[in-house]
Design a protein around this ligand. Structure first.
Ligand code: NDP
Length: 329
């Protein structure tokens, strides 16, 4: 058996010094435990925050201890009520080839007849993030303009598609012409803008002739500064993440936002998906219906092999993923 531990807290971009692969022994389950073989392991930007020891909404990873993240896997052996060999489960688990844990924080997948990696994306944590952030804070109305950044990623792609379902005009911001084409042609966004192009600000202005009613914030930094110039009166800004500065060593400071919020009487609210756990089941059912009806398309970027977890993680910060980044074991 093997596991990845946090070898050192990264300064800047995580590298070979950040992760260490270790041999460990396989453990048969004791009472209330199951042994799980991961099929897909999720890598998520929020894990970068856990690699730091700065105070946050979730405890830091400990140095020399395994990293943890969402895993979908198969039960190989069970000493826990309600779980049997062959069951497919999802939950937050350590980065190990064979995982022996109690069942407190794992659940059986709702439907094993869909591609199982969906439980790490649209039918899992990132889908829930898009759903609650957009619908509870963003509250898009039919005909309004919704802008979403990191639009071709796991959260952003679902935000845009839900906004379309709600009748909004959707503009995605992403890096590179390939992603822009994907957003328009495959996901049906009304417009998409490449923030890496020289005329980003001009293209954005042209894409939002009626201003911005909802800005779903995934990246922060200069991209957001550009969007804020187009906010409408009573616009809403769910602040989901600011991935553009997760690897920063020095604090990123931009224009002061308060005058813009006052002028537009805009609402800006940070949120953490776990806070909506009471509504996960209901949202999960709605998301599953949308997936079944073909209203939400999910792209998945797969790295093959347990040993490639660090590489897959860094893909997120290099924009190498389209849709949800996972590792297939
Ligand atoms: P994604 O699948 O969107 O992957 C990350 C994407 O971010 C990349 O593909 C890349 O796309 C973009 N990106 C990376 N670096 C930069 C940069 N410097 N500037 C602009 N874009 C960049 O990840 P997720 O969907 O999992 O996460 C999206 C956001 O949602 C993150 O900020 C994450 O922290 C947040 N989040 C928050 C949660 C919460 O509860 N609040 C829960 C889950 C996620 P591109 O090629 O377009 O640059």
């Amino acid at each position: 058996n093997e596991q990845f531990v946090l070898a050192n807290r990264p300064k800047g971009t995580p590298d070979d010094n950040t992760f260490r692969l270790e041999e460990i022994s396989k453990k048969d389950p004791s009472a209330n435990e199951v042994m799980i073989k991961p099929l897909y392991i999720s890598v998520d930007p929020y894990m970068r925050g856990r690699m730091s020891d700065a105070e946050s909404y979730i405890a830091p990873f400990e140095v020399d201890q395994p990293l943890h993240g969402h895993v979908v896997g198969e039960v190989l052996a069970s000493k826990a009520d309600g779980f049997a060999e062959g069951d497919y489960v999802v939950g937050i688990m350590p980065w190990q080839r064979y995982i022996t844990i109690t069942t407190d924080n794992i659940q059986k997948v709702q439907d094993a007849n869909v591609p199982l990696h969906l439980y790490l994306s649209t039918l899992g944590m990132t889908g829930q993030t898009a759903y609650h952030g957009l619908l509870k804070i963003g509250q898009p109305q039919s005909g309004e303009t919704v802008v979403v950044s990191a639009a071709s990623g796991a959260v952003g792609s679902v935000v845009g598609q839900i906004a379309k379902i709600k009748g909004a005009k959707v503009v995605g911001i992403a890096g590179g012409t390939e992603k822009v084409t994907y957003l328009k042609d495959t996901l049906g966004f009304d417009a998409a803008v490449d923030y890496k192009s020289d005329d980003f600000e001009k293209s954005l202005e042209e894409a939002v002739p009626n201003g911005v009613d909802v800005y779903f914030e995934n990246v922060g930094g200069k991209i957001s500064d550009a969007v804020f110039k187009h906010l409408n009166t009573f616009s809403r800004i769910p602040v989901c993440g600011t991935i553009s500065n997760y690897n920063d060593v020095e604090q990123d400071i931009g224009p002061r936002i308060q005058p813009i919020l006052i002028k537009n009487q805009a609402l800006m609210q940070g949120f953490v998906v776990a806070n909506y756990s009471d509504d996960f089941q209901e949202a999960g059912q709605t998301l599953a219906e949308w997936v079944k009806d073909g209203k939400i398309h999910t792209e998945v970027s797969v790295e093959e092999g347990f040993e490639n977890l660090p590489k897959a993680f860094n893909n997120l910060f290099e924009g190498k993923n389209l849709g949800k980044q996972v590792v297939k074991i």
